[in-house]
Design a protein around this ligand. Sequence first.
Ligand SMILES: Nc1nc2c(ncn2[C@@H]2O[C@H](COP(=O)(O)OP(=O)(O)O)[C@@H](O)[C@H]2O)c(=O)[nH]1
Ligand SMILES: Nc1ncnc2c1ncn2[C@@H]1O[C@H](COP(=O)(O)OP(=O)(O)O)[C@@H](O)[C@H]1O
Length: 190
Amino acid sequence: MEGKLVIFSAPSGAGKTTIVRHLLSKHPDKISFSISASTRTPREGEVNGRDYYFISKEEFLHRVAKKEFIEFEEVYSGTFYGTLRSEVERIWALGKHVIFDIDVEGGLHLKRKFGDRALAIFVQPPSLEVLVQRLRGRGTDSEEKLRERVAKAEKELVYADRFDVILKNDNLDVACTEAEQLMLTFLSTE
Ligand SMILES: Nc1nc2c(ncn2[C@@H]2O[C@H](COP(=O)(O)OP(=O)(O)O)[C@@H](O)[C@H]2O)c(=O)[nH]1
Ligand SMILES: Nc1ncnc2c1ncn2[C@@H]1O[C@H](COP(=O)(O)OP(=O)(O)O)[C@@H](O)[C@H]1O
């Protein structure tokens, strides 16, 4: 089987992780999550090898030098995230397609690299104000981290129209249904 890529990108807090988790729980037979490598510290409840491969900066840079990443980025100052080639190949070898929860630059990078084999979806929050509320509500970031995420979000919203599709995440149920339809249509076409 020729594996495909379904990419969800958005500013932090737009809801991509929530949507991706929903799709994974409904279609575990079709898709599998690309577990990124990250140098950030795990959040409460996050599991190494399930949410991320949490590795040190030293190991990350060593693996960059060995060209193990399809793409990687210093997403926030001093914190690296990247997609391992071995991860994508592992999932394709299982006969599944790969689903990504990745920032905007990383999503566009993968789209450029894989072209028609990839569907790049931009998850759009109703407004920047709602995005900030969601991030606050999630309660995972300090005020300083929150400011950093919001500043990045403002820049990222501009890139929405470079994606294949813009998916509005106002009502979560509606967004999840639309995401599912988009994904299934894409996966069923040659
Ligand atoms: N470029 C790139 N970005 C990633 C990767 N994995 C995660 N990210 C992005 O890094 C950002 C920070 O992720 P995280 O710390 O989990 O917090 P989030 O913003 O709440 O999703 C998010 O925008 C993720 O989508 C990756 O492999 N490559
Ligand atoms: N449509 C929505 N309406 C209200 N809250 C939402 C909606 N979508 C996501 N959320 C909440 O917003 C927060 C950020 O969502 P998350 O999926 O973590 O975003 P991201 O992965 O894009 O950073 C979470 O607390 C999530 O439960």
